[in-house]
Design a protein around this ligand. Structure first.
Ligand code: FAD
Length: 365
């Protein structure tokens, strides 16, 4: 919808089809987004902010921990429903037509086969953007080369308990094979607690195991689940007059599963590509050029993810201890950015204390 808004602002006619009757429901998200990403995008979060966090506490499988905490806000915890509704309201304001209860069933070139409250409809579109999430019909139909197994299964509860409202927690361990568990505080008494697991494993069981192992005493308020794309950036995101964006295009950070900021940035690159195509007849294939910076960072997230997933638990623990001894906590407080590993990896080279970690960094790269 962000892509459609940008196009409408440029004077083009844009229509969004949404299968549900309410924008933003069901909510399947922890709602954590970086302040730097919000600032890059010039987003106005307004009434969607639930909490502001200053850093993270990260636990290795054996319980070694690293704490990175700044004096100022580094990330926002948002109400995802309100966040999505704000994007929808803006789209309406700038003239995007939004058709609710309209489900895409299939797509062939410029023909969209829709179902509206049980009735079939054929829609002709000059250019189509598949922004239909992790289970994208558009991707299934037209982009078979994009890995269909590059996902983790996410599961999350909203729970009452005692939490540090300033810090997010990340926990690696056998309870979350292929990913990690998270605690994202809404306040000192409510948090979103979840994890991801490889497809085929039970995320709900993993969460149970995590809560027991880390002895978290909580009362569950609600539960959600959903797929999270975890893969390297897809090379081919344009086919004829169809483009993919967001989770449909696996534009999530492989290290965390976060897709909001990169998905929105990619939506802008997608809108710019389409606008230039319509105005100056430039090929839609320039989308991949316009995604170069985004894909560079996403590629690095993928390499870090692949490296850490290849570590045995004892190696993970010893890497944490080594990193702490090298002063990584202070270094990340000064130079870290949860979205842009590229920037702090370069800065590591300038800090002699960090050179002991270079073999691990080089293996990642
Ligand atoms: C448990 C969990 C926690 C997460 N936590 C975070 C987090 O803290 N921070 C973060 O940045 N990211 C997080 N993510 C990822 C984030 O939610 C996604 O990256 C983001 O929602 C992707 O946005 P999207 O618009 O591409 O896809 P979606 O948000 O999935 O939107 C796709 C839209 O298309 C509609 N649609 C789908 N199919 C059709 C169809 N056939 N016809 C019509 N409409 C259709 C859907 O109803 C939906 O409205 C999390 C994901 C999960 C599962």
């Amino acid at each position: 919808m962000h892509c459609a808004s940008r196009l409408a602002e440029e004077g083009f006619q844009a229509t969004c089809f949404e299968e549900h009757s309410t924008i933003g429901r069901p909510v399947q998200c922890a709602g954590l987004i970086s302040r730097s990403g919000v600032e890059d995008l010039g987003l106005r979060l307004d009434n969607s902010i639930v909490n502001q966090v200053r850093g993270a506490k990260i636990f290795s499988p054996g319980g070694e921990s690293l704490t990175v905490e700044r004096k100022e806000t580094v990330a926002f915890v948002v109400d995802r429903l309100v966040f999505d509704q704000n994007i929808y309201k803006k789209a309406k304001r700038v003239g995007v037509e939004v058709k609710m209860d309209s489900k895409l069933i299939d797509i062939r070139n410029n023909s969209l086969f829709m179902q509206n409250q049980g009735h079939g409809e054929l829609v002709k579109s000059q250019i189509t953007v598949g922004a239909d999430g992790a289970n994208s019909i558009v991707r299934h139909a037209l982009f078979p080369k994009i890995q269909e197994n590059g996902f983790v299964q996410g599961f999350q509860i909203r729970a009452q308990g005692h939490f540090d409202k300033n810090l997010v927690e990340l926990h690696f361990g056998e309870f979350a094979p292929g990913f990690f568990a998270w605690v994202v505080p809404e306040s000192s008494t409510v948090a979103r607690i979840g994890l991801g697991v490889r497809l085929g494993q039970s995320a709900a069981k993993g969460l149970q195991q995590f809560l027991q192992q880390r002895q978290l005493k909580i009362r569950t308020l609600s539960k959600v689940g959903g797929l999270i794309p975890i893969s390297q950036p897809a090379k081919e995101l344009v086919k004829g007059n169809v483009l993919l964006v967001g989770d449909a295009a696996a534009q999530t950070k492989a290290t965390s599963g976060g897709g909001l900021i990169f998905g929105l940035k990619a939506a802008e690159a997608c809108a710019d590509t389409i606008a230039t195509h319509l105005k100056h007849k430039q090929s839609l294939a320039s989308y991949s050029r316009n995604l170069a910076d985004i894909n560079k960072e996403l590629g690095l997230h993928w390499k870090i993810y692949s490296y850490t997933q290849g570590l045995r638990p004892e190696k993970f623990d010893s890497l944490f201890a080594k990193a702490r001894d090298a002063g990584i906590e202070k270094f990340l407080e000064d130079c870290g950015d949860m979205d842009r590993p590229g920037s702090f990896m370069r800065k590591m080279l300038l800090k002699p204390k960090m050179w002991g970690l270079l073999p691990a960094v080089l293996k990642t790269i």
